[in-house]
Design a protein around this ligand. Structure first.
Ligand code: IPD
Ligand code: CA
Ligand code: CA
Length: 301
């Protein structure tokens, strides 16, 4: 804290300026329209992803010459050092490529003490997520709280799943192996609803801002989560894996909440994985047959 009581961030101002500059480039590309290429069966990349990563890489190297950079589009600079930035230069590429204005730049800084094994996590110490379409800047530093556009940001106070608005996402690779549609269905029935907006980093930022009360996803990468996890924790929330163990950058799965009903969510994950208490859901065929009966005046939808 400064003499005036204001929080002083060390890494955030420079990282925020970089994220804003990259966000401005993304806004220009978005206005022009871009052509997408395929990285996988539904995994897209555009010229904007690459241009944004190059800009962020150059600016981070100039601002923090000793820091490592680990970017989605292939940057692996100085990653053996004490500090490492996880860079998602454009989170929400599918939205971006379709003209759907929900995407962001995500920069998360990890401090890795000497001697840490490559597979071990250090500590997330700074986070910047910038949504260029809404001009919203979400930031945090470890132990100093979280802010949205310069104002303190807290998770929601919703006490239970029944009253919660949730968020999730679905992977763009190996989609047929993913069970999340079952979780989507069950959580939809047990809450106020589940949003699938297409940017994992913004989903986490929205938990931190109290706009959604919990978020989960399978199959993520460190560049999707590093910044958002610190935002949620510094805003008073909780982040774990699906069993309640510590979240790890490489663990791929994430459950983030306002902390108040995290245990309830974990119990629900445990029931789901054990196949307990699943609500029956009509198959499309059963539904069509019921419609037919209703048309004949003998059934109820
Ligand atoms: C994707 C988004 C999406 C999530 C996918 C991610 P990208 O990141 O965060 O919300 O569901 O799993 O891969 O590819 O747009 O950077
Ligand atoms: Ca991403
Ligand atoms: Ca990306």
């Amino acid at each position: 804290m400064s003499a005036t009581g204001a929080t002083e961030f060390n890494w955030v101002p420079q990282a925020a300026a970089i994220a804003r500059e990259a966000g401005a480039r993304l806004r220009e590309f978005f206005a022009q329209g871009v052509v997408a290429e395929y990285k996988g069966d539904a995994d897209l990349v555009t010229v904007a992803d690459r241009a944004s990563e190059k800009l962020i890489r150059d600016r981070l190297a100039a601002a923090f010459p000793e820091h490592g950079i680990y970017g989605e589009e292939g940057t692996r600079d100085r990653i053996e050092g004490q500090f490492r930035w996880y860079v998602d230069p454009l989170d929400g590429t599918t939205n971006f490529a379709h003209g759907f204005p929900q995407f962001c730049v995500s920069l998360g800084l990890e401090e890795r003490p000497k001697g840490l094994a490559p597979e071990e996590d250090g500590s997330l110490v700074a986070a910047v997520i910038y949504d260029p379409m809404r001009d919203e800047l979400f930031v945090a530093e470890r132990g100093r709280g979280a802010q949205l556009n310069g104002r303190p940001m807290r998770v929601s106070r919703v006490p239970e799943l029944r009253e919660a608005l949730l968020a999730t996402g679905f992977p763009s690779r190996k989609r047929h192996r993913n069970p999340n549609i079952h979780f989507y269905q069950e959580f939809t029935l047990r809450s106020h609803g589940v949003r699938r907006a297409g940017s994992a980093a913004l989903d986490l930022a929205y938990v931190a801002a109290g706009r959604v009360d919990a978020y989960w996803e399978f199959n993520l990468n460190p560049w999707d989560t590093a910044a958002g996890v610190l935002l949620v924790e510094e805003a008073g929330g909780r982040v774990t894996n699906f069993s309640g163990g510590p979240f790890c950058l490489d663990s791929r799965e994430i459950l983030a909440s306002n902390a108040l009903f995290h245990r309830e969510l974990l119990g629900f994950f445990s029931d789901m994985f054990a196949g307990r208490d699943l609500e029956p859901i009509p198959s499309p065929r059963e539904f069509a047959e019921r419609c037919e009966l209703q048309l004949r005046g003998t059934g109820d939808l």
